[in-house]
Design a protein around this ligand. Sequence first.
Ligand SMILES: *[C@@H]1O[C@H](CO)[C@@H](O)[C@H](O)[C@H]1NC(C)=O
Ligand SMILES: *[C@@H]1O[C@H](CO)[C@@H](O)[C@H](O)[C@H]1NC(C)=O
Ligand SMILES: *[C@@H]1O[C@H](CO)[C@@H](O)[C@H](O)[C@H]1NC(C)=O
Length: 527
Amino acid sequence: MWLVFALLFVPLCSGANILGLFTTSTKSHVIIHMGYAEALIAQGHNVTIVTTVPLKDKNPKYHHVLIPSEKDYKKKLEEGLTAVSNDPSPINTIKHDINNYITWTSNQYHAMRHEKLQSLLKDNKFDLMVLGYFFNDFQLAVAAQLKVPVIINWMQSPAIMLNTYVGNPTGLGYVPHMMVDAQQPMKFIERFGSILMDGLSYSIEKFLYYKFDQYYDEYVQEFNLKDMPSFDDMRKNVSLVFCNSHFSEGPIRPNVPAIVEIGGIQIKDKPDPLEPKLKEFLDNSSKHGAILFSMGSNVKVSTLDPKIIKTLYNVFSKLKQNVLWKWEDPNPASFPGNSKNILFSKWIPQDDVLAHKNMKLFVTHGGKGSVVESQYHGIPMIGLPVFGDQPGNIDKIVKVGYGLKLDYKTMTEQELSTAVNEVLNNPSYAANVKKFADTYKDRPLSARESVVFWTEYVIRHHGAPHLQSPLVHMNVIQQYSIDVLAVIFGALYIVYRISKLCICFVWRKVFGKKCKSKAKAKKSKKE
Ligand SMILES: *[C@@H]1O[C@H](CO)[C@@H](O)[C@H](O)[C@H]1NC(C)=O
Ligand SMILES: *[C@@H]1O[C@H](CO)[C@@H](O)[C@H](O)[C@H]1NC(C)=O
Ligand SMILES: *[C@@H]1O[C@H](CO)[C@@H](O)[C@H](O)[C@H]1NC(C)=O
């Protein structure tokens, strides 16, 4: 009986061989891609993951290929990030952002050509490739080489770079650009700024296209690949884009069927048990609650300006709450103090910790992943943003009343202490974020169920050309029908000129005078 049932529910494509190309070196991105992979593994697929960062918590069920980064890679990035966190002025940030993008991209090109990946491709048959997107779409060459459909996994809401693959509308003037902090519907000045930023993103995309096209062609030549579609063809052959966003977070925007929202994919439906020491520490916090402090995986708190560390320590150590502090150096001699209410830990399973019932506040750098996890578990925040999208993420939090923002470079003990007490004691922050959590989680399919359904859908149909938007094959002039508008206005102008001629003709016949325009008539009157 049960066997019959089991057989009935065997999906059509169980046990597919899926290649996850996640070569970005940003750990927070890899965590999101791993959420995607975990959902497929749980469904019984054979997922092979390629990364350039070592994976914590290895799932014994997946195959992992670790590709070493380029020489000097880590050093280059760390120098850049430390420099930005110590001087986050706009010019310095932009300078280092550009340098980092170049370093990131070249490392991903290096990973793609690495012999470990090449032998994996040679010795195995795959049914699908998933590309973890981060300025690396030249890696679409791998899908072309394998002749398999390709899905893109992206860490944020749909952005211009992603929209072009599947013909998703930009929403010019009504969907605020990622970097523009505006409420919908946007005011004139906000629409103006947003459209300018869209234009800028569009130009950057075009610029990268030329660079990445070269990478693509170099790769095809280096490995002597035959019958390869062009880079442009491959960009138009992306079956689906998974976006780690959900409409309940806003902005509201139109999405084509090939954009599938899986916001919160990195969050487990049920948290894993905590290791005994963490569990005891958090369970112990039932009276006053617990606070988590983490600056994410890119900024090492232990390398921050000692003045900042002192401010944080002096405030946290005076609280009644227990504080769990992410501190990279495991050596107790490096800790800023030994207050009883603070536990320093190098590795913190953030999602599981935020899910703990005693958790009251998250002091965070405001990376998208952290903000989503905190919102998902209904925990209010204090944001200490450093760079990139972090200030924007935190501004949004403040605006919707989920928490407060401080400048970690300049904050005083008084300011930090006031903020912490405000968020802990004013119940509105927790109430707002809990209300959001309820709408965020209320979906027909959970993020993990969506991943499984749509990934298997693409495998079942060998790609998804039938849900591709026609915009993929139209240029900007066609997309906005500028050519049609030009014809209409041209025709209207011609009709206007012809009518004018006819009227003048009749005028002359009736009055026997010349037909003059108003301006000309006035002029001749004066004369
Ligand atoms: C799963 O994928 C790996 C490649 O990483 C391959 O060696 C293995 O044979 C595959 N297993 C099955 C059952 O197809
Ligand atoms: C596009 O993808 C489909 C499905 O994988 C494949 O059959 C087709 O050859 C691809 N076309 C190009 C131009 O790569
Ligand atoms: C939890 O509380 C008990 C009793 O007060 C104490 O003995 C223990 O050390 C605490 N554990 C942690 C991890 O703080």
